[in-house]
Write a protein that binds this ligand. Structure first.
Ligand code: NDP
Length: 508
């Protein structure tokens, strides 16, 4: 089936704007971010022991820009032997240097990394947008500052582990194997590497195959910050290399973010081993709007909840529950707001919705949208032009959705919102919790007591009230049910990288 439903037109501007008849109020002059200040190497080797080395045997694959489909660079395709080399380097660095450094010395390195990331933030933002497809205003204002903030935050804990975990003798675990996805390549790297290093572990990180470039830029920062060789190692290769890494016998801790399917495979593979494991997997978050909510504010929260990063967000507010009495005005406002979203070049500072990360992900989004139409939901898309090349998809809204539709059940991981309704708070809770996932949720209401009731009743690791998609290094993040286990961020995220079994009373 093809997507033939006619797109609807954008709203007219109010008379008070004083525009000439027929003049389009939503046109913006292009504002492209410069790319002459960045340097992408033609080829990247694996980053092992602070050196870029070739894979053995030498093998590469090509990384492309999803907005243009043009190649950006070749990167090394690690072999099983390379995984062993990287883990070996990390193991040795942990044994001989990193675990022996006092916390205050580790903290200095983390601060240095954070400062260098800030200094090079423009470079990081541009490379991130070119490689992932996300709008530059998001990589510039969200991904890169938050990544630096994670290093600052965990630098602060590195010499205070005994205070973070009183009456314990916190000890590092050893080598942490970290496998991350393509939706927040740099931010997920920071979520993983910062607490691991603060706790005294060394790491081997495998970025997603479509988005390794900011990880390799980060490798350059590691050298600039003069980290001892082997403390941070980065390898690239397909999923099976990820599996090889997480199951390596010298790995003590595994942290994975990605699909629930792969998370389950990793959990099965590690069952019975003594490796510590945290999994941050998929989601199908409920964003619940009560009739007393400030509607204009809620509209911004809904848009941010599902169209931020093209909806490629594990905690995206992809199921909107609207109280019946405000359904019509809310949908009208939402459709008008969708008409103002600018879809296109990720490097344009005006762009709201960039490119989907890969052809495969675009096909998945299309397939699920087609299932929504086939199952009888009504689709709305604004009438916006899409670039002729690249993996773009219009912001999409489905009304007339029922709980059994695939678009209400499955993670789409794209700019697609399913709207459902409810009458009472209990009905909202029941519907919101009726999902195998439990990562995040949102509540929009003026009543504090209702917020507390909803927050306590919803089976979600994070619940936002009158906001959505807010992240902070001090705040733990993670899921229930098929959204995974363990927490990242805050003290909880630090604990995941420590052995806390020893009693600290007679300790150091
Ligand atoms: P994956 O779970 O396959 O990828 C995430 C990471 O895991 C990547 O680094 C990937 O490597 C690696 N990986 C893949 N297979 C294995 C394996 N067998 N063992 C160890 N590591 C592995 O996600 P996809 O990219 O396939 O996306 C599919 C769907 O997953 C999306 O449509 C979305 O619904 C969901 N997803 C959820 C994310 C989240 O944040 N919760 C993030 C990404 C996707 P490589 O890139 O080389 O395949």
């Amino acid at each position: 089936m093809t997507l033939t439903k006619k797109a609807e037109s954008r709203p007219a501007a109010p008379n008070s704007w004083g525009l000439a008849r027929g003049e389009n109020p939503w046109e913006y002059a292009p504002a492209p971010e410069a790319t002459d200040h960045i340097r992408i190497e033609p080829e990247y080797g694996l980053f092992i022991g602070n050196e870029f080395v070739r894979s053995t045997p030498r093998k590469t694959f090509t990384v492309i820009n999803p907005a243009t489909e043009e190649p950006l660079a070749k990167v090394a395709h690690a072999s099983k032997a390379d995984v062993g080399r990287a883990v070996g380097a990390a193991h040795e660095a942990h044994r001989s240097v990193w675990s022996k450094l006092p916390g205050r010395e580790r903290a200095k390195y983390l601060y240095r990394i954070a400062r260098i990331m800030q200094e090079r933030s423009r470079e990081f933002a541009v490379v991130e947008s070119m490689n992932s497809g996300k709008p530059i205003k998001e990589s510039r204002d969200v991904d890169v500052p938050l990544a630096a903030a994670h290093f600052f935050y965990y630098a602060g804990w590195a010499d205070k582990l005994e205070y973070a975990f009183p009456n314990r003798d916190p000890r590092s675990l050893g080598v942490a194997a970290q496998v991350i996805p393509w939706n927040f390549p740099l931010l997920m790297l920071a979520w993983k590497i910062a607490p691991a290093l603060a706790a005294g572990n060394t790491v081997v990180l495998k970025p997603a195959s479509t988005t390794p470039l900011t990880a390799y830029l980060f490798a350059d920062v590691v050298r600039q910050a003069d980290l001892p060789p082997g403390v941070v190692n980065i390898i690239t290769g397909p999923g099976e290399i990820g599996m090889e890494l997480v199951t390596h016998p010298d790995v003590s801790k595994v942290a994975f973010t990605g699909s629930t399917a792969v998370g389950k495979m990793i959990a099965r593979a590690l069952a019975g081993s003594d490796k510590k494991l945290t999994l941050e997997l998929g989601g199908k978050a409920a964003n619940i709007v009560f009739d007393d909510a400030p509607l204009d504010q809620a509209i911004e929260g809904i848009v941010n909840g599902i169209y931020f990063n093209q909806g490629e967000v594990c905690c995206a507010g992809s199921r909107l529950f609207v109280q019946e009495s405000v359904y019509e005005p809310l949908i009208e406002k939402l459709k008008a707001r969708l008409g103002t979203l600018r879809v296109g070049d990720p490097l344009d500072k005006n762009t709201d919705v960039g490119a989907i990360n890969s052809a495969a992900q675009l096909a998945k989004v299309q397939e699920l949208v087609e299932s929504g139409i086939a199952e009888g939901a009504e689709m709305f898309q604004p009438d916006c032009e899409l670039p002729t090349r690249g993996f773009f998809f219009r912001p999409t809204l489905f009304t007339g959705v029922s709980m059994s539709h695939r678009i209400a059940q499955e993670e789409i991981f794209g700019p697609v919102l399913s709207v459902l309704t409810f009458r009472t708070p209990d009905e909202a809770i029941e519907k919101a919790n009726n999902t195998p996932y439990g990562l995040s949720a949102g509540v929009w209401t003026e009543k504090g007591s209702r917020i507390f009731k909803m927050v306590n009743a919803m089976r979600a690791g994070v619940v936002w009230a009158n906001t959505f998609n807010r992240f902070d290094p001090t705040s733990p993040f993670g899921g229930y049910k098929e959204s995974g286990y363990g927490r990242e961020g805050g003290i909880h995220g630090l604990g995941a990288y420590l052995d806390l079994s020893a009693n600290g009373v007679s300790g150091r």
